[in-house]
Design a protein. Structure first.
Length: 296
């Protein structure tokens, strides 16, 4: 009987292994299809940047058979007598200023909520979280009226002042949740050594919150670099435009892009600072997450 049943016993594991391989193959094929669907717009932009403007819309080829560099060379001439490096400098100033403001103001606010006990702390924290439910457009008109009366329109103050006043509740919440996981014994030991809140915040809490700080810096830089609505509302002079607004200058009087090649080439170049910023800080983000745990 054992000899009769042995072929069946040997066939069952092989059948199960075949189904497992088929499932794994189907999962990988599906993942590759989704990846191709996601990467197609990026590949299209890369290919279109090396095509003549007249062939970008009409041609169905993903990559040109005869690539050209005229679109990138044309960027050196600027847009409407304004160098594209002016747009990049403005965006860099706006993005780095936002990062500095977010890291300083949000970390200080998060420290107060996470490590200091005071009356009304929970209520204020709930109100701050509640601001996440307010759409940006609801506050746009009163903010514009306020800055207009202060004669701050066409400056970067309306774009940056909120970053230095901890108005980004999401980053405050992110840092609060991280700081709450730090042992209270560190604060008590520091107080025994005579440290106040400022010293504890600067010497103990901030180094241990490096993953949260770097995460906030990455998201803030990307959001500020890609911000379109804020600069569109508050900046009026082309010389103060950011990259996102500079792209709109490729349009003609009818609102149609007059130079598709230059528009796509500048869009591709505009991705480089964001990519470089992320790659520069990704290693610190991973290292901080791996080494920030405290034992014993």
């Amino acid at each position: 009987m054992s000899a009769a049943t042995s072929p069946t016993a040997t066939r069952k594991p092989s059948a199960g292994l075949g189904r497992k391989r088929a499932g794994s193959l189907g999962w990988h094929v599906g993942a590759l299809l989704i990846l191709a669907f996601i990467l197609y717009p990026v590949l299209w932009v890369i290919g279109a940047s090396f095509k003549p403007s007249k062939n970008i819309i009409n041609s169905l080829d993903l990559f040109p058979t005869s690539p050209i560099l005229d679109n990138f060379r044309g960027l050196a001439d600027g847009i409407a007598d304004i160098s594209i490096w002016t747009f990049f400098q403005n965006s860099l100033f706006y993005a780095l200023g936002s990062v500095v403001g977010i890291l300083i103001s949000c970390s200080l606010t998060a420290y107060a909520f996470a490590r200091i006990r005071f009356a009304g702390r929970n209520l204020l924290f709930s109100l701050m979280i509640g601001t996440l439910l307010l759409p940006y457009h609801v506050l746009l008109i009163p903010q514009y009226v306020m800055f207009q009366k202060l004669e701050l329109i066409n400056t970067y103050v309306p774009l940056l002042i909120g970053k230095y006043l901890a108005t980004e509740a999401f980053f405050v919440f992110l840092m609060v949740q991280f700081m709450r996981n730090l042992p209270r014994e560190l604060d008590e030991a520091a107080r025994i050594d005579g440290c106040g809140h400022l010293r504890i915040y600067w010497s103990i809490v901030l180094p241990l919150c490096r993953p949260a700080l770097i995460t906030s810096a990455i998201f803030t830089f990307i959001n500020a670099w890609n911000d379109f609505m804020g600069p569109l509302i508050y900046l009026n002079e082309p010389g103060k435009y950011t990259v996102s607004l500079g792209l709109t200058m490729f349009r003609d009087s009818d609102g149609v892009a007059a130079n598709y090649g230059g528009l796509i080439a500048m869009s591709l170049v505009a991705l480089l600072p964001v990519l470089l910023f992320f790659l520069a800080f990704q290693r610190y983000l991973i290292d901080g997450m791996a080494t920030s745990g405290l034992k014993g």
